[in-house]
Design a protein around this ligand. Sequence first.
Ligand code: FES
Ligand SMILES: [Fe+2]
Length: 346
Amino acid sequence: MAYVRNAWYVASWTQDLEAGKPLAMSILGEALVIYRTASGRVIALEDRCVHRLAPLSLGRCEGENLRCMYHGLLYNSDGKVVSIPGQKLIPPSAKVKSYPVVERHSWVWVWMGDSTKADPGLIPPAVGFDDPNWILGRGYLDYQAEARLINDNLLDFSHLTYVHANSFGAGEVFATQQPKITALERGVRVERWIENSHLGARSGFAEPVDSWQSYDFLIPGVLLMWSGGFRAGTAQACNYNRPNYDDAITAVTFTSQAVTPVGNKTARYFFSWGPHCRHGDAALRDMLMALANQAFAEDKAMIEAQQRVIDRTGHAQVMAIKHDLSVTLFNRLLEKWTDEQHELVA
Ligand code: FES
Ligand SMILES: [Fe+2]
């Protein structure tokens, strides 16, 4: 399976990157060490000392630099060795790869491709914990499955009816009705109205509402979703188009989810969820996060089991159904971007 190299991948929640504590993370099979310098910058380097290949993630942060704690080689934030204990001469080749990295929307984004093309404008417009309008919780899960299977899962919510019957309690409608699907330049937009829904009940709203959900699933595998509950009849009044969120009467929430391929058959799945500050509080956020943890464990159990079947059957043939339109569109987009870059990762 191909993944786009020229893209920003989520490596960590910024809150999980403690100052002075190097973090080990692999993306697309490349082992990285990520650390925050004394001045607060975030640096991503290859996690492999040039001396005898010890991981730099076991190293020590010293100001802006990182010291390998095996024999003490000191690296600057460009990955260049600047000190070798016991010798004056530093070979010019004493350097590890450094990766473009940006901290934005409470995520640490690493560019895995050609560093001259690392445009921060391509970072998906997520919502971070610095936005006072949202009361968010966060987490991540490690998968023993390839990232593509998680992307496929997030692109097609018809599985909610079955996988999440006990958690989200989404009912039949996700499986029986097609959402509106729109191709974007770097992703797919999935929108749906659910009329006379009880989804507002989670926010303490007893009457049925028209529930609107809209998400963008963007390269390389980032889901940004806004939802809201509206007065019954709003869907029809909007002609089933996008409503104005200011008219929502309940349950306006945001979730971001990012799928990072760690290795060939491993992935890390980052997620946040919570209400808009006019539609909930920290208690509602905690309730939503408990629900998310239950639901995402259901996805993980199914997807890891799916991976085991794929491994057992070798080149298994899939059979597309109508709900796979968004999956097909996104995979075509991935092929297009990887083809254009001639940079495939097996
Ligand atoms: S392996 Fe890093 S200094 Fe020796
Ligand atoms: Fe799911």
